[in-house]
Design a binder for this molecule. Structure first.
Ligand code: PBG
Ligand code: MG
Length: 354
């Protein structure tokens, strides 16, 4: 049975009070915090944070084929979508008033190589999806991830030589990838690779090529995390990934370092910054927001989604309430927006309640 914590106890269900209990002394308290919680209207009145559909970015997985939705086993409720189907979900997003969607490709293994060259193929899945979505729904924001991991045979975000991830050489390829995506009509370029200097290089290339309006949302403070596991299943890089990403993604023990990363990306031209993952890093979200007063985003990543969706599927938690609690937690921490696989569910709930 699902455990429903915090369920209001109706008076009729409450045990009858024994008369001698009435005689117990009352405390002489001037301030009683519970007064403001006494009823639903009172709680609504003093509520400090509110989640709206405007806060949501919906990440989607695109796969080759036609008219097919393939479930991602480790992300119950999330599918890989063929281009025609991703257009349908973009329509759903638009109807739910979700401002922006994010695209991630599952690349055919035969198209993956050492250099991740499919990343800058103008006809790759992401570009096809961007063009198809923009054709039907030009008013929804489309964000594209920039990194090589969906395209490399080794599953890393950058180029490798002698077991090392090359920084500057990788940045040159990321610039080509970003330009390819901008050409296809992408609105927001979101580099998730954690190479040094990529924001500045991408900004300059966008500006030099007539894409001055294309925004950059930098995955500025991105940690080397176990919570990306289900995502790597979804894009098919879990099996191919050799080693880990700790030479470029941040150490989860660090906090000051996040401020330096964010500061650099702002200086290089990021329009928006992101902290990733979300729930284990709420302190980072708060520090970044307080320190820089930038549009600050947070990614509730695949493993966080899987924890909640998986526990809910087992009846161990109330999934809907855990979802909403986790999302308002990001708002409370200072996030302006959240990338979350719960976006459509949360938007539906918000819509139903308004
Ligand atoms: N650079 C790729 C990328 N972009 C977003 C995620 C993770 C998203 C998620 O787990 O939901 C990752 C995975 C990784 O860095 O290995
Ligand atoms: Mg950096």
């Amino acid at each position: 049975m699902a455990i429903k914590f915090g369920r209001p106890i109706e008076l009729r269900d409450a045990p009858q009070r024994q008369s001698d209990a009435l005689a117990s002394p009352s405390l002489d308290l001037t301030i009683r915090m519970r007064r403001n919680r006494k009823s639903e209207w009172a709680r609504r009145l003093v509520r400090e944070n509110v989640l709206t559909t405007n806060d949501l970015i919906w990440p989607m997985f695109v796969v080759d084929g036609h008219n097919t939705r393939t479930p991602v086993a480790s992300m119950p409720g999330v599918d890989r979508l063929t281009v025609d189907q991703i257009v349908r979900d973009a329509e759903r997003a638009a109807k739910l008033n979700i401002p922006c969607i994010a695209l991630f490709p599952f690349t055919e293994p035969s198209l993956r190589d050492e250099q991740g060259s499919e990343a800058f193929n103008p006809d790759n899945l992401v570009c096809q999806a961007v063009r198809a979505i923009k054709k039907e729904f030009p008013d929804i924001g489309v964000l594209c991830d920039v990194a090589l991991d969906p395209f490399t045979s080794h599953g890393h975000d950058g180029l490798i030589e002698g077991g090392k991830i090359l920084n500057d050489e990788t940045v040159a390829v990321l610039v080509k990838q970003a330009l390819t995506q901008a050409e296809a009509g992408c609105d927001v370029i979101a580099p998730s690779d954690m190479m040094d200097g990529r924001i500045g290089a991408i900004r300059e290339a966008l500006d030099d090529n007539g894409f001055g309006d294309v925004q950059i949302m930098s995955y500025a403070a991105k940690y080397a995390s176990a919570f990306y596991g289900p995502f790597r299943d979804a894009i098919g890089s879990a099996k191919t990934l050799t080693g880990d990403k700790r030479t470029y993604q941040m150490d989860s023990a660090n906090s000051d370092e996040a401020l330096r990363e964010v500061e650099l990306d702002i200086a290089e031209g990021a329009d928006m910054v992101m902290v990733k993952p979300g729930m284990p890093y709420l302190d980072i979200v708060r520090r970044v927001k307080d320190h820089f007063a930038m549009p600050t985003f947070v990614y509730q990543v695949s493993g966080e989604y899987a924890m909640i969706a998986g526990a809910a599927a087992n009846g161990w938690i109330d999934g809907e309430r855990a979802m909403m609690e986790s999302l308002v937690g990001f708002k409370r921490a200072g996030a302006d927006g959240i990338l979350t696989y719960f976006a459509p569910k949360a938007a539906e709930k918000i819509k139903a309640e308004s």
